[in-house]
Each structure stands twice: as structure tokens, then as C-alpha cells.
Design a protein around this ligand. Structure first.
Ligand code: HEC
Ligand code: HEC
Ligand code: HEC
Ligand code: HEC
Ligand code: HEC
Length: 202
């Protein structure tokens, strides 16, 4: 009860802040880091294998959801399991002896999952749901997948490993929810995203 009350009290303060907050500023080119490190490209996360998104998603044009299969139907997009990498890479001789691919097969031979680190990570008290956004923007509005993922993740197809490019703050979520969004590509009806506390908080 006290907990709830505190949440509601901090609400007035918080909403005031959210509305007056500095608009999100995108950082410099990939690889750079601005001094505030938050309203900009997120920090570089050292991954166990420096996975090149640009070669898979841009040069080969593999759909984001071929690897991140959870996005269309679940809360979590998820990182593909190592079998998916091996399924292709066991047949690709051209890069078989590259250091990063050797490392990939070392994990596979040891039967170990690759310990990818999280890049985008909301606090546990926030409820976020990929499916609802993907259903709306990709399936119903019929927008290109790169654009839709890009609303929240930026142009990952031009990155090596992913970097956080959006603030992922409450004010940022709410400002998009307050906009008019078309309900589908076939009618002009619009509606907003949810604005009630309980819809984003558990
Ligand atoms: C409306 C904003 C939004 C859109 C659109 C979006 N994401 Fe996300 N994504 C997030 C947020 C926020 C997180 C962090 C979630 C958390 O920590 O609970 C996240 C996390 C992820 C993760 C880490 C694993 C996970 O699910 O927590 C992957 C991978 C990912 N997104 C891929 C994608 C892909 C691929 C698309 C497009 C098909 C996409 N996202 C579209 C906001 C978005
Ligand atoms: C659909 C097939 C396919 C899948 C799935 C796939 N890859 Fe690749 N990957 C390729 C091909 C083809 C190349 C070589 C592309 C080129 O020559 O530019 C490549 C290149 C790479 C490279 C660069 C190698 C180098 O140093 O030149 C790395 C690292 C890599 N993949 C890691 C992964 C990992 C990790 C996964 C699983 C998360 C994965 N790949 C899944 C097809 C795939
Ligand atoms: C061949 C498989 C593959 C494809 C295709 C792919 N990804 Fe990824 N993605 C990965 C792997 C492996 C990681 C973990 C390494 C990293 O963080 O970059 C990852 C990480 C991510 C993350 C960060 C997850 C986190 O912890 O927050 C996001 C966001 C993401 N991908 C979005 C995309 C988008 C958008 C596309 C399409 C433009 C895409 N990915 C295409 C394999 C893939
Ligand atoms: C690009 C605009 C955009 C951004 C950014 C965005 N959302 Fe949304 N969100 C929407 C829209 C539109 C809907 C309504 C989807 C539908 O149901 O058709 C929605 C729906 C949701 C729902 C579903 C509520 C339910 O009833 O299940 C949750 C939860 C949610 N958003 C949380 C978040 C959070 C948390 C963030 C920030 C990390 C965020 N959203 C960022 C546009 C956005
Ligand atoms: C559209 C989704 C969304 C809605 C609606 C929303 N929040 Fe949040 N809220 C978030 C996110 C995302 C964060 C985490 C921000 C971060 O990590 O910087 C957050 C953080 C918070 C925090 C923690 C702030 C801090 O400084 O640690 C409080 C308290 C909070 N929200 C209260 C509320 C209340 C009360 C409401 C109802 C008026 C509400 N929120 C509505 C998404 C939402």
C-alpha cells in the first residue's frame, strides 16, 4: 500500500519531468561516444564474438526476425541459439578459418551457449512487449522491418554488434504513445499507445 502511494506521489513529479525532459539527441557515428553517454549512442558492449550485423542484415539482407524470432509473438525478441549460426556456417567455407568463426565452432564443440551480454535492458519493474509493437507497425501498418525495429533500435543493419541508440526512458516511451498511430495500412483510423501506469509497470 505504502509502496503504491509512493509510486503515485512520485508520479506527479515524474510526469512533469518526463514532459520537460530534453528531447532525445542521437549521438555521433557508430564507434563514437558522446560525453553524457546516455542521451546518445549507448556504451560499446564487448561481446564474446564481434558479430557483424551489417554483413548478415545489410549485405545478405537476412530479415531481422529470421534471427530474432520472438519479436512477432512474444515479450522478448531473443538472441538466436548457436545451432542457428552453425546451420549456416558449417556450409560456408569462405570464412571457416576466420578467427571469429573458429571461436564460434569452439563454443559449438564444447556444447556451450555463446554468453552474449545484454545491450538494451529495462529495469525489472517495466513491462515491455515486442509483439504488440511488431504486430501494429510491421504486420498491420505494413512498414519495412528495418524501419520498425529502427524506431527503438536505430539502424542495426549498419552496425557490427548492437549499440543502444535510444534513451529507453519513460518520457521517450510516453512521447511515442501520445502520438497518433495509424491502426493499419488500409484505413485512416488512428489511436494512441497505452498511457496508464499499470500497462507499463508491474
Ligand atoms: C517500441 C520499441 C521497440 C521496437 C519497435 C523493437 N524493440 Fe527490441 N527492444 C526494445 C526494448 C525496450 C528492449 C529491452 C527490453 C527489456 O529489457 O525488457 C528491447 C530488446 C531487444 C532485444 C534483446 C532481447 C530482448 O528481447 O529483450 C532484441 C534482440 C531486440 N530487442 C530486437 C528487436 C527486433 C529484431 C525488432 C524488430 C523486429 C525490435 N527489437 C523492435 C524496444 C523495441
Ligand atoms: C543464413 C546464413 C547465416 C546465419 C544464420 C549466420 N551466418 Fe554468419 N555469415 C554468413 C555468411 C554467408 C558469412 C560470410 C559473409 C561474407 O563473406 O561477407 C557470414 C559471416 C560471419 C562472420 C564474419 C566472419 C569474418 O570474420 O569474416 C561472423 C563473425 C559470423 N558470420 C557469425 C555468425 C554468428 C555468431 C551467427 C549466429 C548468431 C551467424 N553468423 C549466423 C551466413 C550466416
Ligand atoms: C544472423 C542473425 C542475426 C540477424 C539477421 C540480426 N541479428 Fe540482431 N543480434 C544477433 C546476435 C548474435 C546478437 C548478439 C550480439 C549483439 O549484441 O550484437 C544480436 C543483437 C541484437 C540486438 C541487441 C540485443 C540486446 O541485448 O539488447 C538488437 C537490438 C538486434 N540484434 C536487432 C537486430 C535488427 C534490428 C536486425 C535487422 C536489421 C537484426 N538484429 C538482425 C543476430 C542477428
Ligand atoms: C514508435 C512508437 C512507440 C514507442 C517508441 C514505444 N511504444 Fe509502446 N506502443 C506503441 C503503440 C502504437 C502501441 C499500441 C499497439 C497496439 O496494441 O496496437 C503500444 C503498445 C504498448 C504496450 C501494450 C500494452 C498492452 O495493452 O498490452 C506496452 C506495454 C508498451 N507499448 C510499452 C512501451 C514501453 C515500455 C516503451 C518504451 C521502452 C514503448 N512502449 C515504446 C508505440 C510505441
Ligand atoms: C509507456 C510506458 C510507461 C508508462 C505509461 C508509465 N511508465 Fe513509468 N517508466 C517507464 C519506463 C520505461 C521506466 C524506466 C525508465 C528508465 O529506466 O530510465 C519507468 C520508470 C518509472 C519510475 C522510476 C523512476 C526512477 O527515477 O527510478 C516510476 C516511479 C514510474 N515509472 C512511475 C510511473 C507512474 C506513476 C506512471 C503512471 C502515470 C507511469 N510510470 C507510467 C515506462 C512507463
Amino acid at each position: 500500500m505504502i509502496h503504491r502511494l509512493l509510486a503515485v506521489l512520485s508520479l506527479a513529479f515524474f510526469i512533469g519531468n518526463a514532459v520537460n525532459a530534453e528531447p532525445f539527441v542521437q549521438g555521433g557515428p557508430i564507434g563514437s561516444q558522446t560525453s553524457d553517454g546516455y542521451n546518445a549512442l549507448g556504451p560499446v558492449v564487448q561481446q564474446p564474438i564481434e558479430f557483424p550485423h551489417y554483413r548478415h542484415a545489410r549485405d545478405m539482407g537476412i530479415n531481422c526476425m529470421y534471427c530474432h524470432t520472438g519479436a512477432r509473438r512474444g515479450y522478448v525478441s531473443a538472441i538466436p541459439r548457436i545451432d542457428k549460426c552453425i546451420g549456416c556456417h558449417q556450409n560456408i567455407e569462405s570464412v571457416r578459418n576466420k578467427p571469429r568463426i573458429k571461436k564460434l565452432f569452439e563454443y559449438w564443440d564444447k556444447k556451450e551457449p555463446i554468453p552474449w551480454k545484454k545491450v538494451n535492458d529495462l529495469p525489472d519493474y517495466v513491462r515491455f512487449n515486442h509483439e504488440r509493437h511488431i504486430q501494429r507497425f510491421y504486420f498491420r501498418q505494413n512498414r519495412p522491418v528495418r524501419e520498425v525495429c529502427g524506431y527503438c533500435h536505430g539502424d542495426v543493419a549498419n552496425m557490427t554488434v548492437d549499440r543502444r541508440v535510444k534513451a529507453l526512458s519513460m518520457g521517450w516511451c510516453i512521447s511515442c504513445h501520445q502520438k497518433d498511430h495509424k491502426e493499419s495500412d488500409t484505413n485512416m483510423k488512428t489511436s494512441h499507445g497505452p498511457g496508464e501506469c499499470w500497462q507499463c509497470h508491474k
